[in-house]
Design a protein around this ligand. Structure first.
Ligand SMILES: C[S@@+](CC[C@H](N)C(=O)[O-])C[C@H]1O[C@@H](n2cnc3c(N)ncnc32)[C@H](O)[C@@H]1O
Length: 234
């Protein structure tokens, strides 16, 4: 146990996918992440009419269909704003587990959980592409603002499907390419500079269908998308 979280990586960690990923490992970004960084960059990506942070949390809860007693996994949890929200939704008998690769993000996440008195929460340092949990051990899996940062997002989706119990729910918030040629040209440039993948509009839906998800819903806003689905019963 390190600073309130279980570290399953030690000095190891997944290969960096670029400058955006590197910033998440820094000491500065976690300090300003919840209050400034995430709301501001989220607003730019979602567009002026896209949902704010409170609405994002509501979307996540709805897509995940959380109820007291559920076991929920927050993949790439960052400082844990969503993880804490899920913990409140699954209390008193459930558990909300946040996993992230960044030590500095997790230090902040554990401190915030303590400061806010949220108890049904646990944090693990690990790689989303190698989720270190037994198959079918969660009722719901969330991955917000991170799938586009992974070197192999489809491997991460494989693992998210595997750790979900039959009938389990998934919620994803990630990038979505625009349709206009100038916007797509700008996105290609941003992608190569930042290391953030821009998904085609149907790519995540198709990836979920291939992994036995159904009842898939998508909301596009700005250059982002919210996608939810349910794993078929075995
Ligand atoms: C933009 S933050 C998203 C945090 C939170 N989910 C949210 O919506 O605000 C992206 C997070 O992904 C984490 N991350 C990036 N690659 C990862 C990987 N391979 N495994 C686990 N976490 C990863 C980063 O450390 C960072 O905390």
């Amino acid at each position: 146990m390190t600073a309130g979280y279980l570290d399953l990586l030690g000095p190891l960690g997944p290969e960096s996918t670029g400058p955006t990923q590197d910033l998440m490992l820094s000491g500065v970004v976690p300090r300003v992440y919840e209050r400034w960084w995430r709301p501001a960059l989220g607003r730019v990506a979602k567009g002026a009419l896209g949902p704010g942070m409170a609405e994002e949390r509501r979307i996540a809860r709805l897509l995940l269909g959380l109820a007291p007693g559920d076991r929920v996994l927050d993949v790439a949890c960052g400082t844990g704003a969503f993880t804490r929200d899920f913990a409140r939704a699954v209390a008193p008998d459930g558990l909300s587990v946040g996993i992230d690769v960044s030590q500095t993000m997790l230090e902040r996440a554990t401190a915030e959980a303590e400061r806010t008195g949220v108890t049904e929460v646990a944090y693990v340092r690990g790689d989303a592409q190698e989720l270190p949990f037994a198959d079918a051990s969660f009722d719901a899996v969330c991955c917000f603002a991170a799938l586009h940062l992974f070197a192999d997002p489809f491997r991460a989706l494989d693992r998210m499907g595997a750790v979900l119990a039959p009938g389990g729910r998934i919620a994803i918030f990630t990038s979505a390419r625009g349709r206009s040629t100038p916007l797509r040209a700008w996105e290609s440039l941003a992608q190569s500079r930042s290391g953030m993948r821009m998904f085609e509009r149907d790519e995540v839906i198709e990836a979920l269908e291939q992994r036995a998800f159904h009842d898939i819903r998508q909301r596009l806003t700005g250059v982002t998308q919210f996608v939810g689905g349910r794993l078929r019963n075995a």
